[in-house]
Design a protein around this ligand. Structure first.
Ligand code: MN
Length: 213
């Protein structure tokens, strides 16, 4: 059973002007699709591994044979990260604000959402090269960090520590690969990270927080 590209939960133009239509079309249809194609190719003829979910594959990379482990790490990671990312975004004005237990946890960990934002932006801006900024639940607390390439916090410290990646249960992730922002923001990654708050789907983040606790 091959992995397939999930449909976006909104139109390609739905996140304008924060994320432009062309970026969404290329990011979803070309980049995300490429991770899926490469994952399917890596797992061709390996029915036991291909029967697992992408989430399960990246949570236990040690179970993947050495020769395809890098391909599975990069491409199952890419598939998981992007599948999550699309759901974490919403058209401007529709994503709401943190509420309930999530709002309480943000207040406890950072003081306020206004205090969380620059820390998250800094994590994304300081990730050298390609990667992701993350808000994760780790030891029952909210923590901000980043990962390299298509690494995901569920890969665990054994995989992530060498590249300074954060482990935990991700509830918010923002793609800081140049392909995510370059057409509109060029070299200005910090501007992309400042603007993206307008299209974060806090309802979805709250659901992930509730499930992660
Ligand atoms: Mn991407």
């Amino acid at each position: 059973m091959a992995f397939t590209l999930p449909a976006l939960p909104y139109g390609f133009d739905a996140l304008e002007p924060v994320i432009d239509t062309a970026t969404m079309q290329i990011h979803h249809g070309k980049h995300h699709q490429a991770y899926i194609t490469n994952l399917n190719n890596a797992l061709a003829g390996k029915d036991d591994l291909a029967a697992k979910s992408a989430d399960d594959l990246i949570k236990n990379l040690a179970a993947v044979p050495d020769d395809i482990r890098p391909a599975v790490r990069n491409n199952a990671g890419g598939h998981v990260n992007h599948s999550l990312f699309w759901t974490l975004l919403a058209p401007k004005g529709q994503g709401g604000e943190p509420t309930g237990a999530l709002a309480d946890a943000i207040k406890s960990a950072f003081g306020s959402l206004a205090d969380l934002k620059p820390k998250f932006q800094e994590a994304g801006a300081k990730r050298f090269g390609s990667g992701w900024a993350w808000l994760v639940v780790k030891d029952s607390k909210l923590v901000i960090g980043s990962t390299a390439n298509q690494d995901n916090p569920t890969m665990g410290d054994g995989v992530l520590a060498t590249s300074g990646g954060i482990s935990g249960k991700p509830i918010l992730g923002v793609d800081v690969w140049e392909h995510a922002y370059y057409l509109k923001y060029q070299n200005r990654r910090p501007d992309y990270l400042t603007a993206i708050w307008d299209v974060i789907n806090w309802k979805r983040v709250g659901e992930l927080f509730a499930a992660a606790k």
